[in-house]
Design a protein around this ligand. Structure first.
Ligand code: ASP
Ligand code: MG
Length: 412
């Protein structure tokens, strides 16, 4: 039997009506003869509220207890979803991450899925005609400690189930109509993308597009799970995230993204010939800091080494302490911390076969009066570091110059 996985995000199940609408979709699939696994997130802003509650108790809650707490949100949702489907006269059974044996490693708050041990339980429920409802975002480690997959992690649960059970599609229901060429709150001219390649979506997710959990796209790519991101309030087609096809390369830039909240740490003036970079970044990664761009320069006159890197601005406190220690240990002369940088990027597999894309982007930024502080390119991405205050202007400028506000050639 054909299987579909339907994932409903918190905004789609914010209240009783939301559950009934979601239930109706699942039931409709069943009536058309397909097996259905539903994955749900916590209702509305529940997870944020739980985070805030913990913060009222202590500024540094234990990571284990934090996961124990946050996982409760999804447990509420699965039970209510099952009730909504029962109310529509259909069989449904809800299961927690632990109940399906969704095993993860023990990295509380950002655990990775290892395997699903209770496949048989899901298979027999599906065979008996039940809609199987699984709690998103949560798993258990080897000792049955509850773990969570990181904020937004229900997407990853859904794609993992779709991959494990060979689903025809993983539908991600949300409060927007799909993936847009840029965040419409900042770029009013942004348009819904019809089809986007996994690689493009992966880049956009890591570059600041907040629609989907990055890890879920990696899984979708690895297992070639077609993902359909769409609105839970309409029947309109959303965005398909799929394997790339030759026609998709006709579009040079598929989307643009802005990461607003970056900081740059510069370690200046390490003595000549000291091979500091390896040691610095070993310690940076040990501290759990996720580094974005890295620049190393050797200054002409005295041959001293300067290293700078960007990180999420939320990590500045950790980074500051580390930078001060590194400075002492490796003989840097000074540390500079700039908390006001942003990064604007364009992404498209079409860049592989088109030239002059970077030049076009730099010209557009220049004409918009935006100063480029650093440039980073890879096969399908060009990114520029800019002042945070210029971020939105920069995003609009690149969005326009690549024609993203116009209808794209169809790629189906
Ligand atoms: N409820 C979790 C969160 O808010 C997981 C999710 O929604 O995907 O991050
Ligand atoms: Mg989400």
């Amino acid at each position: 039997m054909i299987l579909v996985v339907q994932k409903f995000g918190g905004s789609s199940v914010a209240d009783a009506d939301g559950f009934h609408r979601a239930a109706a979709r699942a039931v409709r699939e069943r009536q058309q003869g397909r097996a259905v696994i539903v994955v749900v997130s916590a209702m509305g802003e529940t997870t944020d509220r739980l985070v805030e509650l913990a913060r009222q108790i202590t500024p540094s809650p234990s990571r284990r207890e934090m996961d124990q707490l946050l996982a409760t949100g999804e447990q509420v949702s699965i039970a209510l979803m099952a009730m909504a489907i029962h109310h529509a006269d259909h069989d449904a059974t809800s299961l927690t991450g632990g109940q399906i044996g969704l095993r993860t490693d023990r990295r509380f708050g950002r655990a990775r899925i290892r395997e699903i041990t209770q496949r048989g339980r899901i298979e027999s429920l599906l065979a008996a005609g039940h809609v199987v409802i699984v709690a998103g975002f949560q798993g258990v480690d080897e000792e049955s400690n509850i773990t969570t997959l990181g904020r937004g992690g229900s997407d990853t649960t859904a794609v993992a189930l779709a991959a494990a059970f060979g689903a025809e599609v993983c539908e991600i229901y949300t409060d927007v109509e799909g993936i847009f060429s840029a965040d419409p709150r900042c770029v009013p001219a942004a348009r819904k993308i019809e089809r986007i390649a996994y690689e493009e979506m992966l880049e956009l997710a890591s570059l600041g597009a907040q629609v989907m959990h990055g890890r879920s796209i990696e899984l979708a790519l690895n297992y070639r799970v077609p993902v359909h991101v769409r609105s839970s309030r309409s029947e309109a087609k959303g965005t398909w995230i799929v394997s790339e096809s030759p026609e998709m390369e006709k579009v040079v830039v598929r989307g643009a993204a802005l990461r607003r909240n970056l900081a740059r740490i510069a370690l200046l003036g390490a003595p000549v010939g000291s091979r500091v970079a390896a040691r610095v970044f070993a310690e940076v990664s040990e501290a759990g800091l996720i580094v974005d761009d890295i620049i190393q320069t050797v200054s002409g006159a005295d041959g001293a080494t300067n290293i700078s890197f960007t990180i999420d601005a939320d990590d500045v406190a950790d980074a500051r302490a580390l930078a001060q220690r590194l400075t002492r240990e490796h003989g840097f002369k000074a540390v500079e911390i700039d908390q006001d940088v942003a990064k604007v990027s364009v992404v498209g597999i079409g860049m592989r076969s088109h030239t002059g894309v970077a030049a076009q982007m730099f010209k557009a930024l220049h004409e918009a009066g935006v100063t480029i502080e650093n440039i980073n390119t890879s096969e399908i991405v060009i990114s520029c570091i800019v002042r945070r205050e210029d971020g939105e202007k920069a995003l609009r400028a690149v969005h326009a110059v690549f024609g993203l506000d116009r209808e794209q050639p169809t790629t189906t």
